[in-house]
Design a binder for this molecule. Structure first.
Ligand SMILES: Nc1ncnc2c1ncn2[C@@H]1O[C@H](COP(=O)(O)OP(=O)(O)O)[C@@H](O)[C@H]1O
Ligand SMILES: [Mg+2]
Length: 480
């Protein structure tokens, strides 16, 4: 690897002439061990290709990593409380649902089940809180977003940790292994799923993974499925799309969710956060049926809504976290990781935020109420988009966020679809911390921080989604 300032990468020596064969070995390791995905073009359910990944772990300050892990259980609890605060969700999402049809649909489902009373009081949260480092010298973590639905890569995150340990050992740097933190994201998620299945209390009941028609990120999902069955081989898991459930799902006499004559105890959504999952009203009707059912949902509709970007923005307003967390010490730990977030309501504050972003668009990111990557606006597009929406109601469906500027690092990116650049490139990284929570409104039964993920991209690209494009799976190498 070409030399740069030490802290920018893990200092290891791979002889230049061996690099190509070393990378081929790394790719084979990745494929064989499941750091893989289905190929999009051409698609075949029988073929895997390597998922984009980093040859070496990326450096990350230990202090900030530990901070992120330590605040996770407080964030889990915060989101749990937000999800159970009807008045708060209703107030915060009021203006959004007037202009955002997708959020409105979700909210109507929530309203319906809230009015009837939740048949299932327990929710399962498999969360991921995402951060980037910010600052000139003394970098600190700032939260990008909090995912409450389909938080992905818990399984592949553990595989890449294993891979980076292998690489360091293979290159003769066993002394460096102590800087790679343990990662139990996958087993943590599996334990969460099994815990929910056990709480449901029916040994015959199955688990339902709600998936897209075609799943590219298949390894990540199947590892969880197989991991659950390793913990309890008697648990049966089925996979269905919302479209398939239209004809296959119904409610039993006690609101049991029945699919193909079997009772579902846990419904784990790996789809359903995106508009495309609901091509017709029938898929919406299925989502409502699932939410009405006795099955434990991951997430329940109220957990899903608590993860809305509008909620994140509302939580960043002064004094709002205090409404949910009593301990001022914990409140300050949470608000310390928040960055500037601005609502775009048609009022003086909203006008001020719009003017500020039009003036200096590069300092902001403009976000709609969407998940899954590729929806945000950056740079000049922030200005262009805001000028288009300026004083129309449409803008209230968006939020504005301070742009986080992580320090550029150096690393070698490996992808299936391009010739290797064996030179280290400028990259930036995003940390995700996984959390598991199980409980009902007044009783949290499980609340844990279980592991982490790094997603790393070229410093020139705006978004870091792995399935959606620019991101690469990575693991942290902690610097003291
Ligand atoms: N405030 C920000 N500053 C810099 N980059 C950001 C910011 N917010 C989002 N991004 C980039 O955009 C990506 C997608 O944004 P995110 O809020 O996570 O939405 P999504 O729900 O689509 O994943 C992030 O993973 C990150 O790479
Ligand atoms: Mg994201």
């Amino acid at each position: 690897m070409k030399k740069a300032k030490t802290e920018l990468y893990v200092e290891v020596n791979v002889p230049e002439k061996e690099l190509k064969s070393f990378i081929q070995k790394a790719k084979d390791w990745a494929l064989i061990n499941g750091i893989s995905m289905r190929s999009k073009d051409p698609y075949s359910p029988n073929t895997l290709k390597i998922a984009p990944f980093l040859l070496l772990p990326s450096t990350f300050p230990k202090k900030e990593f530990v901070k992120a892990t330590e605040v996770q259980i407080t964030l889990n609890e915060l989101m749990h409380k937000v999800a159970h605060d009807h008045q708060f969700l209703t107030e915060v999402l009021k203006s959004t649902i007037e202009v955002d049809g997708f959020t409105e649909k979700l909210f109507r489902i929530y309203e319906a089940v809230y009015a009837e009373g939740f048949n299932q009081k327990i929710s399962l949260g498999l969360f991921r809180s995402d951060y980037m480092l910010h600052g000139d010298d003394d970098h600190k973590i700032l939260q990008v977003e909090f995912n409450t639905i389909a938080s992905s890569f818990a399984a592949l995150a553990c595989k890449i940790t294993e891979f980076h340990k292998y690489v360091l050992k293979d290159l003769g740097y066993s002394d460096k292994l102590k800087n790679i933190p343990e990662n139990n994201a996958m087993s943590g998620f599996c334990r969460g799923l099994v815990c929910a299945w056990t709480l449901y209390g029916n040994d015959e009941a199955k688990m339902l993974f709600v998936v897209e028609g075609i799943t590219y990120n298949i390894c990540d999902q199947r590892f969880l499925e197989f991991g659950v069955q390793k913990l309890n081989p008697s648990i049966k898991i089925i996979r269905r799309s919302l479209g398939e459930l239209v004809t296959q799902a119904k409610l039993g006499p006690n609101n049991e969710l029945i699919v193909d004559d079997s009772i579902m105890s846990v419904v784990y959504f790996r789809s359903g956060y995106e508009v495309e999952a609901y091509p017709t009203e029938k898929e919406w009707a299925v989502r409502l049926m699932v939410e009405r059912s006795l099955a434990i949902k991951c997430p329940s509709i109220h957990y899903h809504l608590a993860g809305a970007k509008k909620v994140q923005q509302a939580l960043a307003l002064p004094g709002v976290v205090d409404r949910f967390l009593k301990d001022p010490n914990l409140v300050s730990k949470v608000t310390d990781v928040f960055t500037g977030l601005y609502g775009l309501d048609l009022d003086e504050k909203g006008d001020k935020a719009v003017a500020m972003a039009i003036e200096t668009p590069r300092k902001f990111v403009l976000k709609p109420q969407r998940e899954g990557g590729g929806n945000n606006f950056y740079d000049d597009d922030v200005r262009i988009q805001l000028e288009k929406m300026k004083d129309s109601k449409e803008r209230t469906g968006w939020i504005l966020m301070d742009r986080i500027c992580p320090p550029p690092l150096k690393n070698i990116l490996i992808r299936a679809d391009s010739e290797e650049c064996v030179e280290a490139q400028d990259v930036i990284t995003e940390l995700g911390i996984y959390g598991v929570i199980v409980g009902s409104e007044n009783e949290i039964k499980v609340n844990e921080q279980v592991g982490h993920l790094l997603r790393t991209k070229l410093s020139s690209s705006n978004e870091g989604g792995i399935v959606s494009g620019a991101g690469h799976i990575d693991s942290p190498y902690l610097l003291v």
